[in-house]
Design a protein around this ligand. Structure first.
Ligand code: PLP
Length: 393
């Protein structure tokens, strides 16, 4: 077969390999504790699932959906932004687009901007889809290192002006995966000024805005003055309402950008099943206290895991938001050698930081979407583990 070059350029998606290792271990009768993928273990709240059951009995939901969704779902997205962030300028007709999960829109949006040879500014480490979407569209990713010395924020002052002039988009993601970094108004305003100066579209991924600790409140990019002139924001019900399995996300903001994404999507997909759109309406307009309940659980887990990693001698800080602990591996280990050693000695799975990009080297990511009893088992194993000397390099 003559497969495309882009297939051979694709690295395996990190979690495909991790799922394979877990399945292999399970088949050997080993109990694995996984801090791998950020997939909430807590079920979707009952009223949301009940809405799906009800909606699936309605024959009008058995037919093709529209790519831009039900008018009611677009309204619910705009209303949710108003209730949550006080944003009242999003027009459900033209500035709001439902997605088959944020990942789908994030992957497809590159086709709106990137022609072969074009540049996308991509944080590193980052959610892998920004770079993959760019590659699919024939573009090149220019890495914006996220470094500890900058509180893991992108440092745009280091982007050479010839690169900035050529760049078409900049990916931004706060609260961040994998570092859990959060951004303040000042940082966003710098990005908006930069985007205006160089005519760059900002693609802000806010999938984790609702997973927060200790009273922290994340900003929406759309709250910032000027944001809608330069960008759109991706959001998702996956993490806030434990809805990863149902696939519902959204893009909001600049109407030209939303329309371009609609054009791409309407030629490639046929929208979100309507019964799932009805679930999403229930999630966004119904009881929001589920989000607080989740965050109580994640806070308890965060505190236990951070304390255990510190007892083990790893360096990490408790995050203010997002689902992840980002910890530095001991000297002499790489992300991968440490991850492999941990798995071999304790049957604990974590994600190597290097799978999010070269600047993630030297770190591991632990997701807090592991049931409490498994977290406790994992911590027991960590407390008994003596990290062996690193392998000879
Ligand atoms: C930063 C980031 N954006 C988007 C997504 C995807 O969200 P969804 O489940 O809505 O596709 C994820 C999933 O892990 C993520 O980490």
């Amino acid at each position: 077969m003559k497969f495309s070059r882009r297939i051979s350029q694709l690295k395996p998606y990190p979690f495909v390999e991790i799922s394979r290792i877990i399945a292999q271990k399970k088949s050997e009768g080993v109990e694995v504790v996984t801090f791998g993928i950020g997939d909430p273990d807590i079920p979707t709240p009952k009223p949301i699932v009940d809405q799906l059951i009800k909606a699936s009995n309605n024959p009008s939901n058995h037919r093709y959906p529209e790519t831009d969704g039900l008018p009611a779902v677009r309204k619910a997205i705009a209303q949710w932004y108003k209730n949550r962030f006080g944003i009242d300028h999003l027009d459900p007709e033209g500035e709001v687009l439902p997605l088959i999960g944020a990942k789908e829109g994030i992957g497809h949006v590159a086709f709106c901007f990137i022609d072969p040879g074009d540049i996308a500014l991509v944080p590193n480490p980052a959610y892998p889809v920004y770079e993959v979407g760019t590659m699919f569209a024939g573009g090149e990713s220019y890495a914006m290192p996220l470094l500890e010395k900058n509180q893991w924020l992108a440092d745009i002052s280091h982007i050479p002006s010839d690169i900035a002039r050529k760049a078409k988009v900049m990916w931004v993601n706060y609260p961040n995966n994998p570092t859990s970094a959060v951004a303040d108004k000042e940082h966003y305003m710098e990005l908006i000024a930069f985007a205006k100066e160089y005519d760059i579209a900002i693609l802000h991924d806010a999938a984790y805005s609702e997973v927060v600790y200790d009273g922290y409140k994340a900003l929406s990019f759309m709250e910032l003055p000027g944001a809608k002139e330069v960008g759109i924001e991706f959001h998702s019900l996956s993490k806030c309402f434990n809805m990863t399995g149902w696939r519902f996300g959204s893009a909001v903001g600049n109407s030209d950008m939303i329309n371009a994404l609609f054009q791409i999507k309407s030629n490639l997909d046929s929208g979100i099943p309507q019964a799932i759109q009805e679930m999403a309406i229930e999630a966004m307009t119904g009881d929001q206290r589920y989000i607080d309940d989740n965050n109580i659980t994640y806070t308890r887990r965060r505190d236990k895991v951070v304390a255990a990693l510190k007892r083990l001698g790893l360096t990490c800080s408790p995050p203010k938001a997002a689902l992840y602990i980002w910890a530095r591996v001991p000297d002499g280990y790489s992300s991968r050698t440490f991850t492999a050693q941990l798995l071999e000695d304790t049957n604990i799975v974590v994600t190597p930081g290097s799978s999010y990009g070269s600047y993630g080297e030297g770190y591991i990511r632990l997701s807090l979407t592991t049931p409490d009893e498994m977290i406790d088992k994992g911590i027991e194993r960590l407390d008994q583990w003596h990290i062996p000397p690193p392998p000879e390099s």
